[in-house]
Design a protein around this ligand. Structure first.
Ligand code: B12
Ligand code: SF4
Length: 501
């Protein structure tokens, strides 16, 4: 039986003009490969003609089952469009979708897009394996946990929660050999080195109200052991020439031992690779004595969700962290010559202009990288249900659920476009300050490169767009699905046009 896993056509990560094969997809593929399925992977974003190539592949090869991965809410329409195209190209193909958003919104997604036959709710490896085996042997799918679908009467059916894999070390090495590792988008802009996004753990033990990861993994945390992490990194160095990484783990050092193990392994391997890790302020403080070790092991930056400059907001979003801890963690990182990236949230309900000025002055003083976001009620999170009930969600177009667009109003700012302008204005004020300009000449090569890249490529492009109306950069191979349908109008069923999102 042939199984094709599709990462549908997306816009690449505009901020860095980069892309990465989804670590979750590569993990799924490796698992299926070990189970000896006949598998293939299509990361459409990297194709010359993403929609056409997908359609032609389905027509030509007619895989029995196609899996579609949707890891961000903002990508869900891309996934639905892909499902519609696949069904139009071969109605017999069974389509299963997986990922965070469809897991949380299974019924809504199935009803919105009848071309999706099943949704895998939660972690995919075991559910997908059992699903494919059951299809192969024509067995009863109701026994496969973690599956959602609509029955003949149109009722929503869910087979029940699939328990998490207890030990992530049983998973094979992600299937990098199936990814287009040499594609020019697959990197991170960083001082002549080739980068990649990797992932070594799942979940987090905290429960910040806006966090979809904590909700997806039900406040649990599991990790690959440091030896396997180091094996993966070594493979990436030796076979794929990768030496700089954004480690996507939500909270890398939930347990102190994870940090200690990582440092020991990386010092032993001497691969001369560099890492940007994510953590929390309280954990950075707890592991102060490990910070030099982290640096020597190749870590150059910690990204922390510091979110806001006031304890009342931190309490409101259940950060379980104080402003004092944020300051201490930033100072410690600086003292140990590690860079500070803060992810921050504006657009809170009670926020005033004065709050935003204080916010800007507070974080502007400390951080090397300013990860500004607009608070977003991601489906599945406590914030989503809270805001839905309060009627504060004003934009239901999931494309805008990317932290860069306002989708909820605030008490003083009803208009979402106004909030978007406020966001852009803070970003502009931050990056056009002399302090940030000087970073383009910093003696720290990574900081220098980031700021040169960000200011000359991204900020300058946006400024030219705003002042002279020149187009915002878009990747050359990106095509809106609607435009593809127009191009193909003659050859596709008319009804498909109406479904384009
Ligand atoms: C890699 C990554 C990316 C890559 C995208 C890679 C890709 N090909 O899609 C890059 C770096 C480009 C990226 C960008 C963004 N990202 Co991102 N990213 C991640 C990251 C770090 C890892 C994802 C991952 O692999 N996880 C590990 C695997 C094991 O989990 P998984 O992907 O959920 O997959 C499992 C299941 O969901 C399921 N499954 C998944 N697919 C399928 C398919 C089938 C058929 C089946 C059966 C099962 C299944 O099985 C998998 C294995 O168990 C996560 C954070 C995290 N730690 O997860 C954020 C995350 C997914 N990103 C997020 C966001 C918001 C973004 C941005 C929108 C942010 C921004 N403003 O820049 C951008 C948008 C991109 C763009 N076009 O501009 C959010 C999504 C939240 C949400 N619910 O929408 C996350 C969760 C981070 C966060 N906590 O905020 N991202
Ligand atoms: S600490 Fe970070 S990963 Fe953990 S729940 Fe909060 S936002 Fe999510």
């Amino acid at each position: 039986m042939r199984f094709l896993l599709v990462d549908p056509p997306h816009k690449i990560w505009t901020i860095l003009r980069a892309w990465t094969p989804s670590p979750g997809c590569l993990q799924l593929l490796a698992y299926l490969e070990r189970e000896q399925f006949d598998i293939e992977y299509m990361d459409c974003t990297l194709n010359e003609n993403p929609w056409r190539d997908l359609e032609e592949k389905i027509r030509r090869e007619k895989p029995e089952v196609v899996g579609i991965s949707v890891i961000c809410t903002a990508f869900v329409y891309d996934g639905m469009n892909a499902a519609n195209l696949i069904k139009a190209a071969n109605p017999k193909t069974i389509v299963i979708m997986g990922g965070e958003h469809p897991s949380f919104m299974a019924e809504e997604t199935l009803r919105d897009c009848p071309a999706i036959d099943y949704i895998c709710v939660g972690e995919g490896e075991v559910t997908l394996t059992e699903f494919l085996r059951a299809i192969e042997k024509k067995q009863d799918l109701s026994k496969v946990l973690g599956l959602a679908h609509l029955n003949e009467k149109g009722d929503f059916v869910y087979t029940g929660d699939r328990p998490f894999i207890e030990d992530l070390d049983i998973l094979p090495m992600p299937a990098y050999h199936l990814a287009k590792m040499e594609h020019p988008f697959v990197t991170l802009p960083s001082e002549g080195r080739r980068g990649l996004v990797v992932n070594f753990s799942r979940g987090c033990l905290w429960d910040c109200t806006f966090c979809s990861e904590s909700a997806f993994y039900k406040k649990t945390w599991r990790r690959r052991s440091p030896k396997l992490i180091a094996d993966e990194l070594q493979l990436l160095k030796e076979k794929y020439n990768r030496d700089i990484f954004y480690v996507g783990d939500n909270t890398f050092n939930v347990k102190r031992e994870q940090g200690i193990g990582f440092i020991e392994e990386m010092l032993k391997r001497k691969t001369n690779q560099h890492f940007w890790l994510q953590s929390r302020a309280d954990l950075v403080i707890r592991d102060e004595d490990l910070l030099d070790g982290f640096r020597e092991a190749g870590v150059y930056q910690f990204m922390m969700g510091l979110e806001y400059h006031s304890d009342s907001v931190l309490k409101d979003i259940k950060k379980h962290q104080s402003v004092e801890q944020a300051v201490k963690a930033m100072e410690l990182l600086k003292r140990h010559k590690l860079m500070v990236m803060a992810t921050l949230l504006i657009g809170h309900w009670d926020e005033t202009e004065n709050d935003r000025t204080e916010f800007f002055n507070f974080f502007g003083k400390y951080v090397d990288h300013f990860g500004l976001n607009l608070i977003t009620p991601l489906p599945g999170t406590p914030l989503f249900y809270q805001m839905k009930q309060l009627g504060r969600i004003k934009d239901w177009d999931y494309r805008n659920y990317d932290y860069l667009h306002a989708v909820m109003s605030a008490k003083e700012v009803e208009d979402l476009e106004q909030l978007n302008l406020i966001y852009r204005d803070i970003m502009r004020r931050y990056y056009w300050r002399p302090r940030e300009m000087f970073k383009m000449f910093s003696s720290n090569p990574i900081l220098r490169h980031h700021h040169r890249y960000y200011i000359t490529k991204v900020a300058f492009n946006i400024m030219m767009h705003e002042v002279f109306g020149t187009p915002i950069w878009v990747q050359p191979n990106y095509q809106e699905y609607k435009d593809y349908l127009v191009e193909r109008a003659e050859g596709l069923p008319k009804a498909l046009m109406a479904l384009a999102k």
